[in-house]
Design a protein around this ligand. Structure first.
Ligand SMILES: [Zn+2]
Length: 490
């Protein structure tokens, strides 16, 4: 049983987290006047420091230890696990290392911007080198002496290791390379682009898609921003952003499904978990799995497009001269390109695996930072058959390394792998799934996901939760089969 004292402490932690990562952050990136930047930074910093202090307090530790000595429910076990993990994530890192790390991030972000404007990686390399040292110091202080990259992986995904990823990714890599080589659907003329798709129609399409997948607009909203995102302050305030390209409706179409997939997850976390500090998604990879399930497994499927293509033709009459088959092929085209954000479903994984391999070399084998673009470009030639002509379309394209997200990229491909195993299980659970989707009944999928995954919030680790649902170990083979069926048989 949770004591009243512990309940109060958990509630306090939850409010502070929701305030700093939800509301204040949302306001900062949407409405805040530019001159407020400094003052807002101070406020957010004050709140996150106060959250840390409360997490680190001896009083909280005592209450957790007491709880641990009793017989526990899954929720109580989850609370203990989560509090211990969050405490460890900063209390074991010495203050001077953490401070240096933050300084190095600020410098690396500036230099990354400058390097991009000059299209010259070497402008950024010295700052990146300093920051890499901070990443290593953090991992060492967390106890990862033999495999420091594991320490960085574990920050973003509980208990994630290179042993696990090496197996999962090596099989996937080999198959993605061979699918790209044998794929025939790579030369379709892009007949969608360069037509006019009015913003207001794209907006009503996005709202329609959100409604169809069960996103509740009374507990959430849709607005626009340069970088799409989903931010939640509890399950009844979930805000999504998207963007509209005048000459192509696809970015808005897939963003609505992707961010909507994040959104329905947030909205369907059980209200019973409010105040337990577990009322949030289980992990970033599972959050991403939900987004990619709606965007790709559902959104690019024959069943869903069978239902939605006629609606698209109504909304954008320019599509009326297009056949379903041509449309389906174009939506599912596989053409390797240099930029991760523009990648198709198959090559996307190779973009991630390249980053994973380079990161592992940098941290575990001390790869010389000056050599990173060379190694990067060689891997692009080998796996994707294309070579970046410059740093901008190569190693400088992502801000992640400069912003503190080192060891984070693998969660994107894990999301793809999980999404397919979960979607396969949904299909198995309901023999009439195809009929339902073809007739626009997507709610049944969302309800199934809510009952099996979303409602549990952060009670279980990602691995525990997924394996509970799919009833087999996590494996890349189902995802490989999904890609092969779709792209190799054409
Ligand atoms: Zn996402």
């Amino acid at each position: 049983m949770l004591s009243d004292l512990l309940k109060n402490k958990l509630l306090e932690l939850e409010y502070l987290k929701q305030l700093s990562t939800g509301l204040l952050y949302w306001d900062k990136i949407t409405n805040m006047p530019i001159n407020a930047t400094h003052h807002r930074g101070l406020i957010i910093n004050y709140i996150s420091t106060s959250l840390k202090d409360k997490l680190a307090s001896e009083e909280l530790l005592e209450l957790i230890v007491q709880l641990d000595q009793q017989e526990k429910s899954d929720v109580e076990q989850g609370i203990i696990r989560k509090i211990k993990r969050e405490r460890a994530s900063f209390s074991e890192i010495p203050e001077h290392i953490y401070q240096k790390y933050n300084e190095n991030i600020a410098e690396a972000e500036l230099k990354w911007e400058e390097a991009r404007s000059k299209n010259d990686y070497m402008v950024y390399a010295p700052a990146l080198k300093e920051l890499i040292q901070s990443y290593k110091d953090i991992s060492y202080s967390l106890g990862y002496k033999d495999n420091p990259y594991n320490g960085l992986l574990n920050i973003h995904e509980e208990n994630l290791t290179t042993d696990f990823l090496d197996v999962l990714f090596s099989e996937l890599k080999e198959h993605c390379i061979s699918i790209i080589k044998n794929n025939k659907n790579n030369k379709t003329k892009d007949f969608i682009k360069d037509q006019v798709y009015p913003d207001n129609i794209q907006e009503s399409m996005s709202l329609d898609l959100l409604k169809i997948i069960g996103f509740n607009l009374d507990s959430g909203s849709l607005s626009s921003s340069t970088h799409p995102m989903t931010l939640a302050t509890g399950n009844q305030d979930v805000r999504i952003t998207t963007y509209y390209e005048r000459d192509d409706f696809r970015p808005a179409f897939f963003t609505a499904l992707h961010e909507g997939g994040h959104g329905v997850y947030e909205q369907n976390i059980s209200s019973k978990l409010n105040g337990t500090y577990l009322s949030e998604v289980a992990s970033m990879s599972l959050h991403e799995a939900s987004a990619r399930l709606y965007e790709n497994n559902l959104g690019r499927s024959e069943e869903f497009l069978y239902y939605y293509f006629p609606k698209l033709q109504e909304q954008f009459p320019v599509l009326k001269k297009t056949s379903f088959n041509d449309f389906y092929d174009l939506i599912n085209v596989c053409t390797p390109s240099l930029i991760r954000m523009d990648a198709d479903e198959v090559s996307y994984n190779l973009h991630i695996i390249i980053r994973y391999e380079v990161e592992k070399e940098i941290i575990n084998n001390d790869l010389d930072i000056a050599l990173v673009p060379k190694i990067w470009n060689e891997k692009y030639s080998e796996y994707l058959g294309i070579t970046p002509p410059d740093d901008l379309s190569g190693v400088l394209q992502d801000v992640h390394w400069a912003s503190g997200y080192f060891g984070y990229f693998p969660t994107y491909t894990l999301g793809n792998i999980y999404a397919t195993q979960i979607y396969d299980m949904y299909k198995k659970s309901d023999p009439s799934w195809a009929q339902k989707i073809k007739s626009g009944n997507i709610n049944s999928l969302t309800e199934w996901l809510s009952a099996n995954i979303y409602r549990h919030g952060a009670i279980y680790t990602t691995k525990e939760l997924i394996e509970k649902v799919i009833k087999t170990p996590i494996d890349s083979q189902p995802y490989v089969s999904y890609l092969q069926n779709k792209y190799s048989s054409k």
